[in-house]
Every structure is written in C-alpha cells, then in structure tokens.
Design a binder for this molecule. Structure first.
Ligand code: HEC
Length: 102
C-alpha cells in the first residue's frame, strides 16, 4: 500500500505529460486555421495519419516554404492527438464523376 500512492502519482504525472490538455489542443486548432490554410485545404492535412516525429518534420517542411507557425508546440499536439498514426485512415475523397468537383 505504501508503494501504491507514489506509483499512482507517477502514472498520473506521466499521463499528464503525454496527453495534451484541451486548452493546448484548442490553441493548436486555431494555429492550424491561421497558419496552414493559405496554400492548401485542411483536407490535405487531415487525410494524413502520421507519427509525432513525422508531423514535426511536416511542420518544418512547411516552415521551409515560409509558413510562420508561432504556436508550433500546440499545433503539433493538436495534429498528433487528432491525426496520429494510431487513428484509422479515412476513406479517400472521391470526385465521383471524375471532374474533381463534388
Ligand atoms: C507556403 C505555402 C504552404 C503553407 C502555408 C502550408 N503548406 Fe502544407 N503544403 C504546401 C505545398 C506546396 C504542399 C504540396 C507539396 C508536396 O506535395 O510536397 C503541401 C503539402 C502538405 C501536406 C501533404 C504532405 C506533403 O508533405 O506533401 C501536409 C500534411 C501539409 N502540407 C501540412 C501543412 C501544415 C500542417 C501547415 C501549417 C503549419 C501547412 N501545410 C502550411 C505548402 C504550404
């Protein structure tokens, strides 16, 4: 019993460190809307399922093309939480008649 409390505290701390809080995720979503929409649609981003490391590289790749990302940490947490490689891959967007228009 004496060992249980520190173990629970350690587990809670680890969980807190690993999962971003809602305020951070909200900031990340806002960051995405501001920084990631000038050149392409969000669909291009949201159709991906990437690991944390690959999302980081992806943000850096966009930064290399001049994208300014003031709240990079929040954006990364948001992308990992919603579009991580542990999430199911969404069905591709179909044009249906081949024109590319819905
Ligand atoms: C300066 C214009 C520009 C901005 C702003 C931009 N992107 Fe991109 N992005 C591109 C271009 C161009 C491509 C397609 C090039 C390619 O196929 O590699 C692309 C493609 C992508 C892809 C598809 C995978 C890939 O690498 O091709 C993802 C994911 C992506 N962007 C994420 C983001 C995110 C996240 C942001 C916001 C931080 C962002 N983009 C902002 C230009 C931009």
């Amino acid at each position: 019993m004496r060992k249980l409390v520190p173990m629970i505290l350690a587990a809670l701390l680890a969980a807190a460190l690993w999962s971003a809080d809602q305020a951070t995720l909200d900031r990340g979503k806002k960051e995405e809307q501001q920084s990631c929409t000038p050149c392409h649609s969000l669909r291009l981003i949201h159709s991906q399922r990437l690991s944390r490391a690959t999302w980081g590289k992806e943000i850096d790749k966009m930064a290399g093309w001049g994208t300014v990302v003031p709240d990079r940490d929040a954006l990364l947490e948001y992308l990992v939480a919603n579009y991580g490689d542990d999430k199911p891959v969404p069905p591709p967007a179909m044009s249906e008649d081949g024109t590319g228009k819905k």
